[in-house]
Design a protein around this ligand. Structure first.
Ligand SMILES: Nc1nc2c(ncn2[C@@H]2O[C@H](COP(=O)(O)OP(=O)(O)O)[C@@H](OP(=O)(O)OP(=O)(O)O)[C@H]2O)c(=O)[nH]1
Ligand SMILES: [Mn+2]
Length: 181
């Protein structure tokens, strides 16, 4: 039987909520982690006017493999290959050292599909806004500034995808005096 968008999206939201249920954000209030994937999807629908269901599903699921025990096989079986391939594109290889992972994001960004670029742009926008809202536990001001600088270098490779998201990111980068290298 054909499923309507409301069913498809609630299935993703519920899956992500269960997978992230024990995780919290790194802020002082220990915000539930699920606020982040839902917020990334919300940026796409409310700010970027995205209606593509694969993109919205991928946004809801985008940190499940990277940050929980979820496997790509599980995503494939539950949500199909179109959604899974977007999540695959935005998932860091956690077996690599952190510096290498961060460098790979900069290198991979320009070669990503337009759908993956949308999720990546919204992810960065959410995280940069979150850094302005509250400094994560244990982060120095210098680490925050470095995250902005690194993000700018990733965003450079994502441009030409969505005007609204890129303008919102530009405002934040400008406030921090960050330039794209
Ligand atoms: N700003 C902010 N970020 C938080 C918070 N709690 C958790 N995060 C997550 O931390 C990641 C950024 O922290 P890092 O130390 O640079 O990366 P790491 O978790 O991969 O080691 C982001 O992961 P990500 O979404 O996978 O994105 P990214 O790794 O591509 O940046 C972000 O979602 C918080 O309170 N504020
Ligand atoms: Mn994320």
């Amino acid at each position: 039987m054909d499923r309507v968008p409301a069913q498809i999206l609630i299935k993703c939201t519920n899956f992500a909520a269960l997978k992230h249920s024990k995780q919290r954000r790194k802020d002082r209030e220990q915000t539930p982690y699920i606020n982040h994937p839902i917020g990334v999807a919300y940026i796409l629908t409310e700010e970027a006017d995205i209606t593509d269901l694969d993109v919205i599903q991928a946004a809801l699921l985008h940190d499940t493999v990277e940050d929980t025990k979820t496997t790509f096989k599980e995503l494939e079986e539950t949500f199909g290959s179109a959604v899974t391939n977007i999540v695959r594109e935005v998932t860091d290889d956690k077996s690599l050292p952190k510096a290498e992972r961060k460098l790979q994001q900069i290198e991979h960004a320009p070669h990503s599909s337009p759908k993956a670029k949308l999720v990546k742009l919204a992810d960065k926008l959410y995280n940069l806004r979150d850094l302005n809202r509250c400094t994560p536990n244990g982060w120095t001001e210098n680490r925050v500034q470095e995250y902005f600088q690194w993000s700018a270098n990733v965003i450079k490779g994502l441009r030409g995808t969505n005007k609204k998201l890129e303008c919102e990111l530009d405002v934040l980068l400008k406030q921090r005096g960050v330039l794209e290298l």
